[in-house]
Write a protein that binds this ligand. Structure first.
Ligand SMILES: [Zn+2]
Length: 60
C-alpha cells in the first residue's frame, strides 16, 4: 500500500466513512475522514469502485 497513498484519484470517489458514516469525497488513494480521522484507502486497480474503499483505522 506504499508509494501511491498521496496520489490523486483519477476520479474522486464519494464515500461514507466506515467508522462514523460521515460522507466525504475520497480524492487521493489514501484519505483521512475529516470528521473522525479514520483513514480510508483504495487500491489503484479498484480506484473506480467505492465498494473497494477500505478503512484502515483512526490515526493510522
Ligand atoms: Zn469518519
Amino acid at each position: 500500500m506504499m508509494g501511491f497513498a498521496g496520489m490523486p484519484l483519477p476520479i474522486p470517489l464519494p464515500v461514507s466513512c466506515h467508522n462514523c458514516t460521515e460522507g466525504f469525497v475520497l480524492a487521493t488513494f489514501e484519505y483521512r475522514c475529516p470528521s473522525c480521522g479514520c483513514v480510508h484507502a483504495v487500491t489503484p486497480c479498484h480506484a473506480f469502485d467505492p465498494d473497494n474503499v477500505v478503512s484502515v483505522g483512526v490515526d493510522y
